[in-house]
Write a protein that binds this ligand. Structure first.
Ligand SMILES: [Zn+2]
Length: 292
């Protein structure tokens, strides 16, 4: 069997041994070779080394089959291994309890793990994820610059407080804008959803409806909280970007209270008569045909 390097080969052997309840150890390892043995009297042995011709890492010798019985407390199951293995699960469910983790390890790997190891593993996984989320926010400036480079007609705005503290990011791709203006019904749905990462925030979205009555995303923004000033910031950019001017002929749908409707009028520079004539704004479950 071939591997990219010795590290990948060792990780694969280790995971295989944990899954099968074998207590193996690496007696010799370096960049060029590795040798793994099982606990005596089991005579299982594995030897692998680098192939000089192409640099791949190859398992060259595999000794006898395991004669050992399954171990229930495998010392290879370190907190580091648990954190790495369960990283994607913690990404989706950061609230996962140690008790659940313990039960899962027992059912999946037939392995008993002490509580302190599980707490350490959870802490390590959460720290790794938090670190990565923060690192992603730190890259927003270059992300926006890259978006502007690849989509020059798009609208991408990063709103910062004092030039350093994140307030919001607006993302509007030119293809979506053109698609909405040229091929969609004149309906704009406004909604906000809480982001469930530990840094929080709210995702504000504008969606239209295409010819098949399917949802068509127009633009979205990530902001700190859902309030009037954030909606104003988001919708002012959208109104300007789509060239809605007075908003005549468009229908806005929102689950917000009447405040947003009133504000929208001022942001769109509408007269009250225009609302009746050309624009219907629906709130909650009210029919969009019913003028306010
Ligand atoms: Zn063995």
């Amino acid at each position: 069997m071939r591997f990219q390097d010795g590290f990948q080969a060792r990780e694969a052997l280790k995971t295989h041994a944990i899954e099968n309840g074998q207590q193996i150890h690496f007696s010799r390892t370096c960049k060029e070779m590795m040798e793994a043995n099982c606990t005596p009297p089991c005579k299982w042995r594995c030897y692998g080394s680098v192939v000089e011709a192409n640099g791949a890492f190859l398992i060259k010798t595999m000794g006898e089959q395991h004669s050992c019985s399954r171990v229930m407390r495998n010392t290879q199951v370190t907190y580091d291994w648990i954190a790495k293995t369960y990283l994607n699960i913690f990404r989706v469910r950061p609230e996962l309890k140690v008790k659940e983790l313990k039960a899962d390890l027992l059912s999946r790997y037939k392995c008993h793990v002490s509580n302190w190891k599980l707490y350490a593993a959870k802490q390590k996984a959460i720290e790794e994820l938090r670190g990565s989320v923060e690192a992603h926010y730190a890259k927003l400036r270059s992300y926006v610059l890259e978006l502007l480079r690849v989509d020059m007609e798009g609208r991408f705005v990063l709103d910062l407080d004092d030039g350093a503290i994140f307030r919001g990011i607006y993302t509007g791709f030119s293809a979506l804008k053109k698609g909405f203006l040229m091929g969609c019904r004149r309906v704009i749905g406004l909604d906000g959803a809480f982001l469930k990462t530990y840094l929080g925030g709210v995702l504000l979205v504008d969606v239209g409806k295409d010819g098949n009555n399917q949802m068509f995303p127009i633009a979205w923004a990530v902001v700190e909280v859902e309030n009037e000033s954030c909606w104003k910031w988001f919708l002012s950019i959208l109104i300007e970007d789509l060239g809605l001017s007075t908003g005549l002929g468009y229908t806005f749908i929102s689950d917000q209270q009447k405040d947003l409707l009133m504000q929208l009028q001022s942001w769109l520079h509408m007269q009250s008569t225009e609302i009746v004539q050309g624009i219907f704004i629906a709130i909650g479950r009210r029919s969009i045909k019913e003028p306010l």
